[in-house]
Design a protein around this ligand. Structure first.
Ligand SMILES: C[S@@+](CC[C@H](N)C(=O)[O-])C[C@H]1O[C@@H](n2cnc3c(N)ncnc32)[C@H](O)[C@@H]1O
Length: 354
């Protein structure tokens, strides 16, 4: 049994069962022992590939999107870009490498709770563990969150014959094991409203941490833009399928076991419940990642890369190879059975009055 598992078993044996959200928070973020605190995460040499870690193309398209938002805002002299849940910093690095027209105005803040990942953040950015306060940054703010919300802890509820119960983590025979605990009537009502047709045995996530994050990010992005990119579905859709379709574990570029196997050794991630976010504030626009990337010019960038490759071939050196790599990167980013089907949610919260 690993150190974190031993600590959790001892803690639960002494104080009683904990919610899945508390368990997930320990498994991912316990100082020194949680998955993201031990150096796990996105990247070719780590555990899974995110869109910015596939290659520079994703960031190059986001750079064009930033130019369009900078234009819409009247080309302010300073535009803050908050890369929330920045991981190793690949998104910011590739945006900068694309040299957007707005480059001189952009000031980057990388928000990453796993401080071991700050070491690979680009020079000249601010790295911090939490979102800046609403009035901390002067000038308009664009908040980008690529695959952050799926990593925020979720509580779990299960439809029982009697109503809804919370799924908690207990200790049985010295090992972590699931148990149920009753919910307050108001919580049961919330579950029933989110998944009215759930069959007995169906489960749903309750994403309170994501809701709080969204409130804070909307405040921060007042007068600017907030863009969330993630795998997402509705709570009712999640109730209709096996929970391991939307609550998954990953380690070393493969699916991991049950969330209770070796806490701290694998990522635990949950599809984002779009309807729960919309209860806080309905997004201005919802699209797939493929639609978003096309709207911001991925096809043009690929055509440009293809032309350089066709023109110069292998003798064209790095520029030609980068041109060819755009073709394969685009295939991955637009894949309708993979990242191309991710959901992009955009908000343009109004500026604060004072
Ligand atoms: C799946 S990774 C995505 C990394 C990066 N955005 C990318 O696309 O490659 C999610 C990251 O969010 C970080 N994270 C989780 N909760 C956070 C929070 N509340 N604030 C800041 N970062 C957080 C994790 O430590 C992890 O590095």
């Amino acid at each position: 049994m690993g150190e974190l598992e031993q600590l959790l078993v001892a803690h639960i044996a002494a104080t009683g069962p904990i919610g899945f959200d508390e368990y997930q928070a320990h498994a991912l973020y316990a100082p020194g022992l949680g998955f993201y605190q031990r150096g796990g995460g996105a990247g070719r040499r780590r555990d899974f590939l995110t869109s910015p870690e596939i290659g520079p193309l994703f960031g190059a398209v986001v750079a064009r999107a930033l130019d369009s938002w900078w234009d819409e805002l009247g080309q302010p002299p300073r535009l803050h870009v908050v890369d929330a849940g920045a991981g190793p910093g690949g998104l910011t690095r590739t945006i900068q490498a694309a040299r957007p027209r707005s480059a001189a105005a952009l000031a980057f803040t990388l928000v990453e709770v796993g401080e071991v990942q700050w070491a690979t953040h680009p020079d000249g950015v601010t790295s911090r563990p939490d979102l800046p306060g609403a009035r901390e940054l002067d000038g308009p703010v664009v908040v980008l969150a690529n695959e952050l919300l799926d990593n925020l802890p979720v509580a779990l509820a299960e439809r029982t014959a009697a109503g809804w119960a919370e799924v908690v983590v207990d200790v049985v025979d010295g090992r972590l094991a699931e148990a149920h605990r009753p919910l307050e009537p108001v919580q049961e009502g919330w579950c029933a409203a989110r998944a009215p047709d759930a069959a007995v045995g169906a489960r749903i996530p309750a994403q309170a941490d994501a809701a709080v994050w969204l409130r804070n990010a909307l405040d921060l992005a007042a007068g600017g833009r907030l863009v969330v990119i993630d795998y997402a579905r509705t709570t009712a859709e999640m109730a209709a399928v096996r929970p391991d379709e939307w609550l998954r574990t990953y380690t070393a570029h493969g699916r991991g076991g049950a969330p209770y196997d070796s806490p701290g050794r694998s990522d635990i991630t949950c599809d984002v419940a779009i309807d729960q976010l919309a209860l806080i504030e309905p997004p201005l626009a919802t699209s797939t990642q493929a639609e978003f990337l096309r709207a911001h010019g991925i096809d043009e960038l690929v055509a440009e890369g293809r032309a350089i490759w066709d023109d110069r071939g292998l003798g064209g050196g790095l520029a030609a190879i980068a041109g060819r790599s755009r073709i394969t990167e685009a295939e991955a980013l637009l894949d309708p059975t993979g990242p191309g089907a991710f959901t992009v949610l955009e908000w343009a919260p109004p500026a604060r009055s004072s």
